[in-house]
Design a protein around this ligand. Structure first.
Ligand SMILES: *Cc1c(COP(=O)(O)O)cnc(C)c1O
Length: 347
């Protein structure tokens, strides 16, 4: 982080890029009645006949206010998956650069590395599921552009300790991406407030989990104005559609309802943990800060199949490193949870 120079991290082709300028870039409506004859749209109003705002200003303004950042520090995408892909494409030179991931973790980082022809250096979490900071810094080299830290981590469920993340932010010479998909379930604070301190920090969040909008695909990236400027250069002009922007806005405005649902989910999580704890075939429950629980069982393949036969689909995470014989249970509604617990007791 010392002597941080963002320009050095940007891909050469992106540094030189002159971005596409859309009709809605060149003329921004100030709300007055205009004749819009600039974008070859069908003029007959059906609610979505116009191109959406390429910079999603209403939604960003609301998020900026709620999160205490400026609008120029936000990039929105078609799910976090698009946001993450944009980060690779802006900063990683294919067949040259590498990224660092910390398995067991979210599978998309690795897939996106593969798609973008970027080497994925894996540094396993420690036995208590914390980042192995010494090893990460040892493995990092001058081509290590991105370090992905998922906290709370999927599939383990725990939030990483602050000290370890801080050390990485201070010592890693590329960008540190903290994926906070589950932050709304966590007792820990978001890293958003650290954006002021660390110019190499990117925080991603999503409306897919706590906000209950997985179907509309809305991922959020918070970073310095400079980083967001670079991502804006390469994003598809209309990457967040009008319907998504509308639904997201409604939902983010209705923070009370989101909070109520999160609280219910956390109550149900406690019930689920209690029930799992009492089962003989559950060997270990990993502490969770998310809306799921990772349980070590006697025979994950067998238990997974038994649950399927009872029409219950959970995630078998056994193939992940350090996750032998584990099942990941997402917390459902009180009714779903009751059903699951009854079925588990009968196995
Ligand atoms: C679910 C999840 C996401 C969400 O991705 P979207 O594309 O926004 O739905 C991101 N990161 C992690 C770790 C997740 O588990």
């Amino acid at each position: 982080m010392k002597g941080f120079d963002l320009n050095k991290l940007v891909r050469k082709s992106v540094r030189k890029l002159q971005p596409y300028s859309s009709a809605r870039d060149e003329y921004v409506s100030d709300g007055s009645e205009m004749l819009f004859l600039d974008a070859n749209e069908n003029p007959f109003d059906n609610g979505v006949n116009r191109y959406p705002d390429p910079y999603q200003r209403s939604l960003k303004s609301l998020l900026a206010e709620q999160k205490g950042v400026s609008e120029s520090q936000i990039l929105l995408g078609n799910g976090s998956d698009e946001v993450l892909d944009l980060i690779y494409r802006a900063f990683c030179e294919p067949n040259q650069d590498n990224i660092i991931t910390l398995p067991p973790t979210y599978g998309m980082y690795k897939v996106l590395a593969g798609i973008n022809a970027v080497e994925n250096k894996e540094v396993l979490l420690t036995d208590d599921f914390e980042p192995n900071t010494d090893e990460i810094l040892k493995v990092a080299d001058t081509n290590s552009k991105l370090l992905f830290i998922c906290s709370p981590n999927n599939p383990t469920g725990n939030s990483f300790k602050k000290e370890g993340i801080q050390k990485l932010l201070e010592s890693f010479n590329g960008l540190v991406v903290i994926d906070e998909a589950y932050i709304d379930f966590s007792k820990d604070e978001s890293w958003l407030s650290a954006l002021k301190t660390y110019p190499n920090l990117i925080v991603t969040q999503t409306l897919s989990k706590a906000y209950g909008l997985a179907g509309i695909r809305l991922g959020i990236c918070y970073a310095s104005e400079e980083i967001i400027g670079i991502l804006n250069k390469i994003k598809p002009p209309y990457n967040v559609n009008q319907l998504t922007q509308q639904r997201a806005l409604q939902r983010v405005l209705n923070q009370d309802l989101v909070n109520q649902e999160v609280k219910k989910i956390l109550d149900e999580r406690a019930e689920l943990i209690k029930a799992l704890d009492n089962l003989d075939f559950v060997k270990e429950l990993h502490p969770t800060d998310a809306n799921f629980v990772l349980a070590k069982v006697d025979d994950a393949n067998k238990r997974y199949q038994q649950l399927l036969e009872k029409q219950v689909v959970v995630r078998n995470r056994s193939t992940q490193p350090l996750c032998e014989n584990t099942l990941r249970f997402t917390v459902g509604t009180p009714e779903e949870n009751k059903k699951l617990i009854a079925i588990l007791k009968e196995l």
